[in-house]
Ligand binder design. Structure first.
Ligand code: ARG
Length: 720
């Protein structure tokens, strides 16, 4: 393993990276990668990019609540991230009367900022390479034994590098599919407050129609501030807390971007699978993606219908609808792009090369036969799994009811009142969150629809025993949608999970019979038990075999000669990465060329009065029509640049990431990928892959001219 590691570092630094593809670990920027950055125009030293002793750019970049990226832009802990990252907090702080989501919000003083309960940020303090230690203790192990030991070891190492007294926690991330192990050490701040947000018609302009698309015209940003205790340490919310004093913050450049300008993006890409096999690609194309998309379509139909009718419902469901819709469109587009770019066949070709190389090498020659067997064994049930996660448990009531298995287990197994109390307490907490976001009218229709869809699409042999036959007996013909509606009416009409008085009494005195007789619990439980009993073990077996094959495949690739052709960086694992590239347009199809930037002119062209996605806040429209762009105007275009694109390699999790120029100044926030490259988790295509960014001048214009929040502008270090 040591040898492998040596060769790995060598590979990273030896082969030219032809730029663009690559989510590099800031710790491991080889000379070659750094030199490429410089060739592209970077003016900063390696130390300025990443250092653990001195303040460096990495200290201005935060993991935002575990699912997005943010950047510190002032000496008083001001944070920029995307609007869609702050969306839940903004909606949560809104009411129909005080609708911050709709109208925007600007704190004119720190006292006006709104605590965003549940949000937090994490600073990356250090990265430790623990490959040797992990490898030493995993040597000779494979399969589930290896997986189990790895899990234990990681838990131990996480504890070793954490220090709860300072809110410091470490998370070891297996990289290169378990061929390299790094500990990422973070410090967490929990007092985060909303300082500003544009109206939704800016922050989510174009809605789902424009989502994942270029040309784009969205002001996808929001502004938060981090606070710390008076002693300078992380602390929970308190009015006495003071603004966080950062190690470093990013200056903001309003000089504007032009084509081929250097662009660097720091952030937390969540997941990629660039070494996915042909088997995985086929599974996605044939089963996973289309199933997920069809089920989300059903759910979204009922959700949107109700949201459009009533602003209160819109606020209640906005955040969950946005995330369901976001990946509904993603998975649909991903499938289309994988097909369009013939990725399955390309994967087969790569695998043929590998197989040839592996012949006669006992460690590697069985990898693809094993994989083939693993997929054969799991394939017949893979659709079932999607129908459980995205179908049955796409009903919020079912999802909550399913969690009550824990309470049932506690009652049935122990009889120990401590366990039961703990389980009921946890369930009660979850119940409050559930009830706050539950919308019965849409959920009832979802439940009816997904139950029927499951019945029609999933092999009868796999149905939970007795469930559909008793449905037929009590409610009617299983081909008739009315049957499922009647059943859903019954569930929603009589479940105690929707009745606070009966729920309270259950929590006070948890009773297995009461739970088991509840129609919501018993339906959820029927599907869950069936899956857990018969299919979960198969899934776990499949995962173990697939992981093992993936690890060996990648280990082999790292040893193969043809590796020269590849630039090697680990797949995204929600750990900090740097990507570099340039501002660049592209040609989406024959005879069509896309510019690298969009402007206010385009915002006005898309405007549709009263439209759900393309309406505009009156103030924005007025300023735009007057061309009142102040110092934020693009002199060359005589217009306000709204969005621009670069050829950086990013993915979900990077949302909110700083886009940084050659001198280390903030020029934009990354917020999306383009449709033509939605296969990007699996393949990166130089011709098509683009990152969509909101131009920092548009962000500042919104804060300054639309919001009138000069107080926030004054905090920034603006480079003109
Ligand atoms: N596609 C963006 C991302 O995943 C999210 C955009 C949110 N906007 C929307 N219309 N749903 O980062």
């Amino acid at each position: 393993m040591k040898k492998l590691l040596v060769s790995l570092v060598l590979i990273v630094s030896m082969f030219r990276s032809y730029a663009d593809e690559g989510m590099w670990l800031p710790l491991l920027l080889g000379k070659q990668v750094y030199d490429d950055m410089v060739k592209r125009g970077l003016k900063l030293s390696k130390e300025q990019l990443y250092s653990i002793n001195k303040a460096s750019v990495k200290d201005a970049v935060v993991l935002f609540s575990g699912f997005c990226t943010g950047e510190i832009v002032s000496n008083e802990g001001l944070i920029f991230t995307n609007h869609h990252c702050g969306y839940g907090a903004i909606a949560g702080a809104s009411s129909v009367q005080q609708n911050l989501l709709k109208n925007g919000f600007w704190a004119k003083t720190k006292a006006e900022e709104i605590p965003a309960d549940g949000l937090y940020i994490e600073f990356l303090l250090q990265i430790h390479d623990l490959t040797q230690r992990v490898e030493d203790s995993l040597r000779g192990l494979s399969g589930s034994e290896r997986a189990a030991r790895q899990r234990e070891l990681i838990a131990t190492l996480n504890a070793e590098f954490s220090d709860s007294s300072k809110n410091i926690s470490a998370r070891v991330s297996p990289l290169f599919k378990g061929n390299q192990f790094m500990a990422f050490v973070y410090q967490r701040y929990n007092d985060i407050r909303l300082a500003g947000a544009p109206p939704e018609s800016v922050g989510k302009y174009g809605g789902d129609t424009d989502n994942w698309e270029w040309p784009r015209h969205t002001g996808d940003f929001s502004v938060f501030r981090a606070y710390m205790g008076k002693d300078g340490q992380p602390a929970g919310y308190s009015p006495d807390n003071i603004p966080l004093k950062p190690k470093y913050f990013l200056p903001v450049s309003i000089k504007g971007v032009k084509t081929n300008d250097y662009a660097m993006i720091y952030g937390y890409p969540g997941s990629t699978n660039r070494y996915e096999t042909s088997y995985g690609v086929k599974q996605k194309i044939d089963i996973f993606n289309p199933s997920l998309v069809a089920l989300r379509e059903i759910r979204l139909k009922y959700i949107f219908e109700e949201m459009k009718k009533d602003p209160a419902v819109k606020l209640k469901l906005a955040s969950s609808a946005a995330s369901i819709a976001n990946y509904w469109k993603f998975y649909d587009g991903e499938r289309k792009q994988l097909i369009r770019h013939d990725v399955y066949r390309k994967k087969l070709q790569e695998e043929e090369k590998f197989k040839k190389w592996a012949t006669g090498k006992p460690e590697f020659e069985h990898v693809f036969t094993d994989l083939s067997k693993a997929y054969d064994a799991w394939r017949p049930y893979s659709k079932h799994q999607v129908y459980i996660n995205e179908g049955i448990f796409g009903s919020p009531l079912m999802a909550f009811a399913g969690t009550l298995q824990q309470v049932e287990r506690a009652i049935v197994k122990s009889g120990g009142s401590k366990d039961i109390e703990a389980a009921a307490g946890a369930a009660d907490k979850a119940w409050s969150a559930f009830i706050r976001s539950e919308h019965v009218v849409s959920d009832k229709q979802i439940l009816a629809a997904v139950l029927q869809q499951f019945y029609t699409d999933i092999d009868q042999n796999q149905h939970p025993i007795g469930f559909y036959s008793s449905l037929k007996k009590d409610f009617g013909d299983l081909k008739d949608p009315a049957t499922y509606k009647k059943f859903a009416d019954h569930v929603f009409g009589s479940s105690f999970l929707l009745d606070s008085i009966r729920w309270r009494s259950f929590v006070r005195n948890p009773d297995a019979n009461v739970l088991q007789n509840d129609p919501a619990f018993s339906a959820a439980n029927a599907f869950l038990k069936n899956f857990q009993g018969k299919y979960l073990p198969l899934l776990q077996q499949f995962n173990t075999r697939n992981d093992e094959a993936g690890r060996l495949y990648l280990k082999g690739i790292l040893q193969m000669d043809t590796v020269k052709a590849r630039k090697l960086f680990p797949d995204a694992t929600m750990t900090m990465r740097v990507s570099f590239g340039s501002v660049k347009g592209y040609e989406p199809k024959d005879a069509v060329t896309y510019d690298h930037a969009t402007t206010m002119k385009g915002v006005l062209e898309k405007y549709k009065e009263g439209d759900y996605e393309f309406d505009l806040d009156p103030r924005v429209r007025e300023l735009a029509l007057k061309k009142d762009f102040g110092q934020y105007i693009d002199k060359q275009r005589q217009d306000l640049v709204v969005n621009f694109i670069t050829n950086n390699d990013i993915t979900g999790g990077n949302s909110g990431s700083p886009v940084i120029d050659a001198n280390g100044n903030l020029i934009g926030l990354a917020f999306d990928g383009n449709y033509e490259a939605l296969g990007h988790k699996i393949v990166f295509d130089n011709a098509y892959n683009r990152t969509i960014c909101v131009d920092i001048r548009y962000v500042l214009w919104c804060i300054d001219k639309v919001g009138g929040a000069a107080n926030l502008i004054r905090e920034l270090k603006i480079v003109k």
